[in-house]
Design a protein around this ligand. Structure first.
Ligand code: GSH
Length: 210
């Protein structure tokens, strides 16, 4: 398997899931601005959307979209219990993956992070923060994880919450969300993935400035 990623982007969630499952995987860094794979290759030939994550299997099949990539990685290592199979728990997993992907990732954080988004777009996104994080605050109060145990939804949520400081979203306003994020950052697979990608992010920034 080969995970196409960009440092500290949403593809970090898939790296965390791969570390959790200990599946043998290669990691190919993508320059998202130029849409090329560092080391060579047009990334649009891998994913016509030009977006990470993209997971290329050994037979050449490419899986895209966070929710699909994460569920695929989890399904390859069922013994790690990263995605419950019980019908209700599975629906709840998909509920949270959908919430994170659409209500947080795309509706809130992408516009806030996008330097080209207009003030009106940013305001529209910022208006949604209190409601979305309020929903999470209520759910996470008294809970360790989104579901009964650590799952791919936690890998994804921890990844998205990493963007709060860069977008001036003060998680301390939602104490249970803040405590959850801090807890997730201490989980060894997440700590390792964040540390590795933070170093790559700094290198990427330096390259782009040079
Ligand atoms: N719908 C995609 C969105 C993925 C996405 O937004 N990836 C971002 C990085 S976090 C990206 O590649 N952005 C570059 C672009 O959209 O051109 C998914 O859920 O996987």
């Amino acid at each position: 398997m080969n995970l196409f990623f960009s440092p500290l982007a949403c593809s970090l969630a898939s790296r965390i899931a791969l570390y959790e499952t200990q599946a043998p995987a290669r990691f190919s860094q993508v320059d998202l601005k130029q849409k090329h794979v560092i080391g060579g290759g047009d990334f649009r030939a891998i994913n016509a959307m030009g977006q990470v994550p993209a997971l290329q299997l050994d037979d050449g099949t490419v899986i895209t979209e966070n929710t699909a990539v994460l569920q695929f990685i989890a399904a390859k290592a069922p013994e790690k219990n990263l995605a419950p199979v019980d019908t209700t728990a599975r629906a709840q997993l998909q509920q949270w993956l959908g919430f994170i992907a659409t209500e947080l990732h795309k509706a809130v954080f992408v516009p806030l992070l996008d330097r080209q988004a207009s003030d009106a777009v940013k305001e529209y996104a910022r208006d949604k923060v209190a409601n979305r994080l309020g929903v999470l605050e209520k759910h996470l109060s008294g809970r360790e994880y989104l579901l009964e145990a650590f799952s791919i939804a936690d890998a994804y949520l921890a990844t998205i919450l990493n963007w709060a400081s860069a977008t001036n979203v003060d998680l301390k306003q939602w104490p249970a969300v803040h405590a959850y994020h801090q807890r997730m950052l201490q989980r060894p697979t997440i700590a390792r993935a964040v540390a590795e990608e933070f170093a790559m992010y700094r290198e990427e920034q330096a390259r782009q400035k040079a």
